[in-house]
Design a protein around this ligand. Structure first.
Ligand SMILES: [Cu+2]
Length: 352
């Protein structure tokens, strides 16, 4: 109700201002009744252009100051560093060009404002100017595109070098399930047609496949730091997207096919929780939660940073809540956790 009232009040205020300007205009005894802009009008508009320029620069600076802290912390994967550099360089170039061109645009609009008797100066054609403003973007964009293609090929090169762990990410409306490939590091065949809920075969794993028995199905991903992981994505129903923002990783999960993404985590969860910007973010969120708790609202438990797997495709009404925790830890911690997990073969044996 309050937003609606606010909107109505804003509309009424706008109408009032508009009406008052009209009254003000009518009350002016006009010496010049012409509809054609004179020097004074042009000068005002020139100053207004400057005002607008200051407004957009101020807005940019304000946004940097206010919203930088909502950005992701440093990349927690090996390829993430190059990905972030590419992003940063692109942003710096865009920022520089935008600041310069907007400045020039508004300055010239003021400098060459209409004046009685002044004729516009123009070039019908100027080869040197055209050459300059063609060649600079060509060089800069080619550089960015080549660098981007190089980074893309590196990131998307999924192979079995360096002894990777194989993990399947299984998406369905509205949850994630992960399956480790087990001791043999080969995932057993699976197909949605073989799903057998009554026998706890929730992922449709082919029980006849000898590679399947040692697979481990979990609801939380644990990764040893510094070890490469090859993810294989499947979807049960609609398009989902496996999004692991802290590792700068995202891949669509498509029904009927297996897609892949590979990365090496470089920072453990415990180390990430110590990073100054993460500490700040956690503090900020917990402050808001404490305020909500004081008002007796829901969702007020203190929050702790964790890596997360999210769905990044609007896949249905509970899409927003489709997530799974990822824990990056030391090799020993990982081995200890893995030893506690039941394999697919063991859990099948216990149901039958
Ligand atoms: Cu989804």
């Amino acid at each position: 109700m309050t937003p609606l009232l606010t909107i109505i009040v804003l509309i009424l205020v706008a109408i009032a201002i508009w009406q008052m300007t009209k009254i003000f205009e009518l009350s002016q005894i006009k010496t010049d009744n012409s509809q054609i802009a004179n020097d004074k009008d042009n000068k005002y508009n020139g100053y207004l252009m400057f005002g607008f320029l200051i407004f957009i620069y101020a807005l940019t600076i304000f946004s940097f100051w206010k919203y930088s802290k909502v950005l992701l912390p440093e990349a927690a994967s090996e390829h993430g560093e190059e990905y972030d550099s590419l992003m940063l360089v692109s942003f710096i170039i865009i920022f520089f060009v935008q600041t310069l061109t907007q400045g020039l645009l508004h300055y010239f609009a003021f400098k060459y404002r209409g004046e009685k008797g002044r004729k516009a100066l123009f070039f019908a054609d100027n080869d040197r100017l055209e050459f300059i403003w063609t060649i600079i973007p060509v060089i800069v964009l080619s550089g960015l595109i080549l660098w981007g293609l190089y980074a893309w090929t590196n990131i998307m090169d999924i192979n079995d070098e360096d002894d990777p762990i194989t993990i399947e990410l299984y998406a369905q409306q509205f949850s994630w399930t992960a399956r480790y490939a087990g001791d043999d590091n080969v995932l057993g065949d699976a197909n949605v047609r073989m799903i057998d809920i009554d026998n706890a075969n929730i992922l449709g794993i082919d029980m006849a496949d000898p590679n399947a028995a040692d697979d481990v199905i979990v609801r939380e991903i644990h990764l040893p730091v510094g070890r490469k992981v090859n993810f294989k994505m499947r979807s049960q129903d609609v398009l989902h997207s496996a999004y692991m923002p802290h590792f700068r990783a995202q891949m669509n999960c498509v029904p009927g096919m297996i897609t892949q993404f590979s990365f090496t985590p470089t920072i453990t969860t415990a180390e990430m929780r110590q990073k100054p910007d993460v500490v700040d973010k956690v503090k900020g969120i917990n402050k808001q939660r404490a305020e909500r708790a004081a008002k007796g609202e829901d969702n007020t438990d203190p929050w702790e940073f964790d890596y997360i797997l999210l769905c990044n495709k609007i896949c249905g009404k509970s899409h927003y809540n489709m997530q799974m925790k990822i824990i990056v830890e030391t090799e020993e911690e990982y081995n200890k956790w893995m030893a506690e997990q039941k394999s697919f073969g063991e859990s099948m044996a216990s149901v039958q």
